[in-house]
Design a protein around this ligand. Structure first.
Ligand SMILES: *Cc1c(COP(=O)(O)O)cnc(C)c1O
Length: 397
């Protein structure tokens, strides 16, 4: 009998009861705007910022409307101007080059390795072209962060980390987001905590964070923030920093606070799913498992494997056969951007030169989400299905 998987790849877990309860309190209060607080009340948003800063070991945190907004705000805080070049990953999600384009800057794409991380040799070669790197830890893969920071420090490049897929991950004991001068997280439904939409930005830098808070639309109410630089720092920036409204409200903050308290537990659950899937995929002929460096503590909220040098028709055949058995795979190699997947040559507003080595990798990347509504047993089933279908198509070669 052919095994069919019946789980749903986009089904998230419910918001924890504690979050629902806190959200209802906010709704009953009628005070949803972050600066609309009762006398003596800090408000959910300011408390979220204070707690997330502490959790990440950062001095400051700002909660905003989305991860993409956090990225664009970082660039503005850094003073990136129209026409400036910004280094970024060729393998990332569309909001990353989009954030760069939103400030009128121009992305310079850096290649991707078979380990699915930024190609440090290519970064070194392009280091002279820009003084900001927007580093996307795409799909949760961390590059050698020690080496990356050496390269960037030697070239006076400031690093903004896109931690949309690495909230809770670390490199050699340092949390993801603590290497760069600023780091951005997404709290959108498909990430590690879920408020529908939302973003978090952290930094230890006084001026950058004061600018970011003003940019986010604090008006002159920045004193109400709990994870902010001293008020004196705002004196120098408050008249010259535009308000580009993108705040987070109390409702979303209320939903997020209990989820952040559970982050470590959730990450451990994701990794159990990841390891089971990876185990089941190992030694499938024609399929390359992406090996994880031992310095990396990852969060396996999705898994990638490579069908390197496969003909397009064969990859499509694998996707079709897996889909017929209930396993939804995404392919980064498709000629046309589809769903959430696109790649550097799809972003035609940002001209790029071909990168043959990266193209070979991108053409082979197959991606799958691992929502926490799946069990470890589900992951074993999924891996068996992928293994069978990849093997069948491979053998027919
Ligand atoms: C989701 C995502 C973002 C942007 O987050 P939004 O909250 O959706 O704006 C940025 N980078 C990567 C890699 C992402 O996956």
């Amino acid at each position: 009998m052919t095994e069919i998987f019946t789980g749903n790849f986009t089904q998230q877990e419910a918001i924890p009861d504690e979050g629902i309860k806190a959200a209802l309190e906010v709704l009953k209060s009628g005070r949803l705007h972050r600066y609309n607080v009762a006398e003596g009340d800090a408000g959910e948003t300011a408390l979220l910022e204070q707690e997330f800063a502490a959790q990440m070991g950062a001095k400051y945190c700002l909660a905003v409307a989305s991860g993409g907004y956090a990225l664009a705000t970082s660039l503005r805080a850094l003073g990136v101007k129209p026409g400036d070049k910004v280094l970024t990953n060729a393998f990332t999600l569309a909001p990353v080059p989009g954030a760069i384009a939103s400030v009128g800057a121009v992305p310079v794409f850096v290649g991707v390795t078979e380990g699915l991380v930024i190609d440090l040799a290519d970064l070194t070669a392009k280091a002279g072209q820009a003084d900001v790197l927007m580093l996307s830890h795409m799909r949760g893969h961390l590059c050698d962060m020690d080496r990356l920071m050496e390269i960037c420090d030697a070239n006076n490049i400031r690093v903004v980390e896109d931690c949309a897929h690495t909230m809770g991950a670390s490199w050699r004991g340092t949390l993801s987001g603590r290497h760069g001068v600023m780091a951005c997280y997404s709290t959108q439904t498909y990430k590690h905590v879920n408020s529908g939409e939302g973003g978090l930005l952290i930094s230890d830098d006084d001026v950058l964070m004061a600018r970011a808070i003003m940019l986010s639309g604090s008006y002159m109410l920045y004193e109400r923030h709990l994870a902010r630089p001293p008020v004196e720092v705002f004196e120098a920036v408050k008249y010259v920093t535009p308000n580009i409204s993108g705040r987070m409200d109390h409702l979303r903050a209320a939903i997020l606070r209990p989820q952040l308290r559970d982050l470590d537990t959730q990450c451990a659950r994701w990794n159990a799913l990841y390891r089971e899937t990876e185990k089941g995929l190992r030694e499938t002929p024609g399929l390359t498992v992406v090996e994880r460096p031992e310095q990396e503590v990852y969060v396996g909220s999705s898994i990638q494997f490579l069908l390197l040098d496969w003909h397009e028709k064969k990859v499509n055949e694998v996707l079709r056969r897996c889909a017929a058995r209930g396993v939804e795979l995404k392919w980064f190699g498709g000629a046309e951007p589809a769903g959430f997947t696109s790649r550097y040559d799809s972003w035609r507003y940002a001209p790029s030169e071909r990168m043959p080595e990266s193209d070979r990798v991108l053409k082979g990347i197959v991606d799958m989400r691992l929502p926490l509504t799946f069990s470890v047993k589900d992951c074993a089933t999924i891996a068996r299905i992928i293994r069978a279908e990849v093997s069948a198509v491979w053998q027919a070669t």
